[in-house]
Design a protein around this ligand. Structure first.
Ligand SMILES: Cc1cc2nc3c(=O)[nH]c(=O)nc-3n(C[C@H](O)[C@H](O)[C@H](O)COP(=O)(O)OP(=O)(O)OC[C@H]3O[C@@H](n4cnc5c(N)ncnc54)[C@H](O)[C@@H]3O)c2cc1C
Length: 290
């Protein structure tokens, strides 16, 4: 069996589907090949927030990425606007300076990023995939202009795009960090996201406690990790929320750039914790090259 397309996208996570959708809209003959609809992108809730971590660093091209993300995702799923970030007093002058051009307001010991938001990735992936040419299968080898599939089939693309996240990184021998994260789903619901060390949004409590690793694997949740998340939530809420279930995922982080040429085409990957923030901006940039 051989299927062909102008652009073959390996990966149906937020990155691959966003790119495929944009190419499809531009009238390109595109084919998505993936084992499943999302891997890391199946995280129960994703924050799209350009102000990162405990050091309040501004994500690379954060403002532009946020604008592109707002415009793109709002066509597919509801966006829950407003992310509250508690800011220790000593950090406030620094944060105020960094936020100069981002819409925000100060409120009770922190800052509300008015255009940052959270969304539910699973319905997003479903809607992004709707109507797109999609071949479900496992890719065993990247052999431009072909992808070789489990079961003996092949797919041919004039251009191949790698958007296979951490799970497929071995196909191109991409060396990055695989950082396990845990999300607990809760009985409580938080309409507005809040984030400091851990994040709470919708019915999810998430964060990364375990160190990064060289290879991809999905370690089971550890007790220390669950306790660390609950302590983080308690610091934000004043009580420990009740847990309904746990979801494990692995972030894949490469040093910049995240869009780069590879044999036979392009790779768009390695976003670490900002895949949902950066996917629309960089996918748009790549789509414009075809
Ligand atoms: C716990 C946790 C919380 C997170 N929270 C956030 C957040 O709040 N905000 C945010 O922006 N980001 C967050 N992230 C990061 C975000 O999930 C990722 O950056 C993003 O999902 C990466 O998307 P992707 O499309 O590159 O990869 P993935 O979603 O991993 O998709 C990879 C795709 O490639 C396919 N694939 C891989 N290998 C093969 C193969 N050999 N054959 C066939 N198909 C293959 C898979 O089936 C899948 O379709 C979080 C991650 C974790 C783990």
């Amino acid at each position: 069996m051989l299927r062909e397309a102008e652009v073959v996208v390996l990966g149906a996570g937020v990155v691959g589907l966003t790119l495929a959708r944009l190419l499809w809209k531009r009238g390109r003959k595109v084919l998505v090949v993936a084992e499943a609809l999302g891997e890391a992108s199946r995280v129960p809730v994703a924050l799209v927030n350009p102000l990162r971590g405990r050091r309040f660093t501004l994500a690379e091209e954060g403002e532009r990425a946020l604008e592109a993300a707002l415009g793109f995702y709002s066509r597919f799923v509801p966006l829950h606007l407003g992310v509250f970030r508690p800011v220790p007093e000593k950090d406030r002058p620094k944060v105020a300076e960094r936020l100069a051009s981002l819409k925000h307001r100060w409120e009770g010991g922190g800052v509300v990023l008015e255009e940052a938001f959270w969304l539910e990735p699973r319905p997003l992936l479903e809607r992004l995939a709707q109507g797109l040419p999609f071949l479900r299968g496992r890719v065993l080898a990247w052999e431009p202009p072909y992808l070789r599939l489990e079961g003996g089939g092949r797919v041919r693309g004039e251009v191949l795009v790698y958007a296979g996240g951490g799970r497929g990184a071995h196909l191109l021998a991409l060396e990055g960090r695989h950082i396990p994260g845990l999300v607990l789903t809760l009985l409580d619901y938080f309409p507005r996201a809040l984030s400091y060390r851990v994040y709470l949004a919708g019915a999810a409590l998430g964060g990364s406690y375990l160190p990064g690793e060289k290879g991809y694997r999905l370690p089971p949740p550890t007790e220390g990790e669950v306790d660390w998340l609950l302590r983080g939530a308690e610091a934000l809420l004043g009580y420990r929320p009740q847990v309904a279930s746990a979801w494990r995922g692995v972030r894949f982080r490469l040093g910049a750039p995240h869009l780069f040429p590879v044999e036979g085409g392009w790779a768009l990957t390695g976003f670490g914790s900002t895949g949902f923030l950066h996917a629309p901006l960089l996918a748009e940039r790549l789509a414009a090259r075809f």
